[in-house]
Design a protein around this ligand. Sequence first.
Ligand SMILES: Nc1nc2c(ncn2[C@@H]2O[C@H](COP(=O)(O)OP(=O)(O)OP(=O)(O)O)[C@@H](O)[C@H]2O)c(=O)[nH]1
Ligand SMILES: [Mg+2]
Length: 618
Amino acid sequence: MTRQTMIAALVGNPNAGKSALFNALTGARQKIANYPGVTVERKSGRMLLPSGEPVELVDLPGSYSLNPSSPDEEVTRDVIFGRMAGQAQPDVLVIVLDASNLEQHLVFAQEIIELGRPVIVALNMVDLAERDGLVIDAGALSSALGVPVFPTVAVRRRGLADLTAAVAALRDRSLDAEPAHRPHVTAPERRMLARQIARGAILSETAQHRIHTQLDRVLLHPWLGPPVLLALLFVVFQAVFSWAKPLQDGLDNAFSGIGDLVRSELPASLLRDFLTDGVIAGVGSVVVFLPLILILFFFILTMEATGYMARAAFLMDRAMAGVGLSGRSFIPLLSSFACAVPGIMATRSITDPKDRLTTILIAPLMTCSARLPVYTVIIGAFVPSRQVLPGIGQQGLVLFGLYVFGVLGAMGAALLLRRTVTKGAASGFIMEMPKYQLPTVKDLALGLWQRAYVFLRRAGTMILSVTVVLWLLLNLPRAENPQDQVDSSIAGHIANGLAVVIEPIGFNRDIALALIPAMAAREVAVSALATTYAVGASDDEAQGKTLGAQLKTHWSLATALAFLAWFVFAPQCMSTIAVTRRETNGWKWPAFMLVYLFGLAYVAAGLTYWTAVAFGLG
Ligand SMILES: Nc1nc2c(ncn2[C@@H]2O[C@H](COP(=O)(O)OP(=O)(O)OP(=O)(O)O)[C@@H](O)[C@H]2O)c(=O)[nH]1
Ligand SMILES: [Mg+2]
């Protein structure tokens, strides 16, 4: 008898290592990180049984019970019961347990086993259990639970062969298995049983000297914790500037070298201008930020993998409660420092709908990595690179300040929203602290590689196409005098119209030119400015002049500061709007987001500009 591919699903508490196991079994590269609530959607992959037969493996969001309390837990329940559209019901459930956290994880495991479906247990993270001095008897656990148990270490690919063999063994049984009827068990009963089973399965528990309790004593201390967090972030921003500088200069030189080469090798033509001004100046101006982005992500990934991120969330809980949010919002908001899109998706693990909506609405105020090129180009051009204190550069300080402004803006917005449009009480914070772990070099390298890939793909597709369109609009129709090209072009006419609106806040026509294409994504502001100045400059002027130098000749300091203030708040990103529409099921909230963020940006840029002018910086 032939049948369709068998389906197995990974279920279990958050942070049990389901996605790590999924990656190990299917070769996928799902995001894993050391805090609960990382996976918020189901994800399918193909794993092979020892016989070579393929099985569809489904990775699910972590869950505490089959009674969902948040949108991501609903996904898990729906898939388990076969109620998810487009996903057939799994034939086998693979329960993933954290061996170092056995008692807690056994509560949900019992609920799954009670369903009477074909089940096997992956007793994952046995390495961490051993580190903590726990020896667990998998056989005893198996007889207590009445299902097969296999010790695994997902991140070291240990125990995988036994696990897949067990899935294969269940293959035939699952075809005609009748769900067994089990007696009704209540949640408190499960908790009691979980304790009993865990005690029975733990063979020995040596009193290990746990460094991490000591660490937590410092890092989670109400007075010591916050300064440590601040100091850490401070180091990150200094590093972003000082470590990236040489690499970035190198890339900068390489691109201008390529530009010069093309300019000298090709005859003067529109094609040559297109290559030098559009592609090389435009896209190159963004690509040079690769080192910066990677350094930022090096820190983010390290904090995620070590388990520090969850501690930071715990520390921030008090501040969050102050503005009417729970600490649960912290992880989504933190993800938004990379990009608001996954950040907004991560809000699915927030229980309270109003909490969730508020978090979605303020997520774009977290400084995403796409703002980094914009910020650093302006800071590089206008802020002198000198030391304020030994080891503390002024440029890094300004960058840090911009991040702080974003956070303060978000807190202020949350405070207002929670008292008006998303009125409601703040819910408490419950999050288990993950175990401290050293990040593996392989995972870090893989994470950075993925980041680099995403960044370069964006540069090669979206940023390139937007820049090309802008270049065309800047060059058509052709002006008699190259000096007037920008003014007489289509883009120039549009920008001159927009300039009327933004002149009061100190923005010039070139900024107007950059703001429209930058709606696609923030980095495009940089490539757009680079292209505009490359097109506008006469040939000898353009040669050897960096974007920073161009900005300095065309902008006042007040304008530059206003531009920075604008980018702290402005919702310049199509994908964020799109994901907000999807997550809130309609246009109401994305429209609201656009209006309030543009309003904020306008006011902030205006205030900055007028203040700067008052101080004589105009
Ligand atoms: N030492 C050790 N670490 C592991 C093991 N399996 C997973 N991890 C780590 O545990 C953390 C959580 O892993 P994930 O795979 O993201 O956990 P998850 O169950 O998918 O979590 P959610 O998506 O939040 O439900 C990550 O930092 C992994 O690197 C293991 O067997 N041993
Ligand atoms: Mg996961």
